[in-house]
Design a protein around this ligand. Structure first.
Ligand SMILES: [Zn+2]
Ligand SMILES: [Zn+2]
Length: 228
């Protein structure tokens, strides 16, 4: 046991077993559930937005690693409040292996690179200072390194909104409206974006970000989250 292990003992976030931050048994317990269309939240193959649900300013798809329940829920909570890059690493590897296994055409398209850019959902600076980091940036940066895709923080949070927790769907939508803007002048045209966040709850934050990105000229915006 080295000094680092002594300071931060490697205990599984799911079951508490010693040896790794997320043991293989708990990883196997993540339930992916059905992928859904981001607009009507009904089942959709690969998470691609249904043709009838498509619209110019809306998300083109939603992909989540799993359903928001334990052990994935515990892992995400851990990630939010303490920087555990090794845990993020396990989750990001898992995302990539799921893509390779279940949606190989998706990872093929990403690997062609080209116009795909990874963009994290930003926290307001005040909140980021308080937490010390933004877990969506951490995941986005890891995905970008592992997939060889460009990473860009083109969104910024201009309003410090109330936490969305406990608000109804319409309240969330109202609360988040106008909270984001672009950090870059000019157009995002020719960009297809993987928009990264930790959890999809009602989707109001990711939908608002997609709207801002598309108004800025983005061609396609996919929401990618750890849980839904
Ligand atoms: Zn475990
Ligand atoms: Zn739909």
């Amino acid at each position: 046991m080295n000094f680092f292990d002594f300071l931060f003992p490697k205990l599984c976030v799911g079951c508490g077993k010693w040896g790794s931050y997320f043991c293989s048994k708990c990883v196997a317990d993540i339930s992916q559930g059905d992928l859904v269309c981001p607009n009507c939240e009904r089942a959709a193959i690969g998470g691609v937005t249904h043709p009838l649900c498509r619209s110019k300013w809306k998300l083109d798809g939603l992909w989540s690693l799993g359903v928001y329940r334990d052990p994935l829920r515990k892992a995400i909570q851990k990630l939010k409040y303490r920087y555990v890059s090794e845990l993020a690493d396990v989750l990001v590897d898992l995302m990539i292996s799921y893509w390779a296994k279940y949606t190989p055409q998706f990872i093929e398209e990403l690997k062609k690179g080209g116009e795909w850019v990874i963009v994290p959902v930003p926290l307001h600076q005040k909140r980021k200072n308080y937490r010390g980091f933004n877990q969506s940036e951490l995941i986005g940066q890891m995905l970008s390194r592992k997939l060889g895709l460009e990473y860009s923080e083109v969104l910024k949070r201009i309003l410090s909104t109330k936490p969305q927790v406990g608000l109804k769907s319409w309240e969330r939508k109202k609360n988040i409206h106008g909270a984001f803007s672009l950090t870059v002048d000019g157009s995002l045209s020719a960009m297809s974006i993987l928009l990264i966040d930790d959890v999809w709850t009602t989707g109001s934050t990711l939908k608002e970000c997609a709207y801002v990105l598309k108004r800025g000229g983005a061609q396609k915006v996919w929401a990618i989250t750890l849980a839904r």
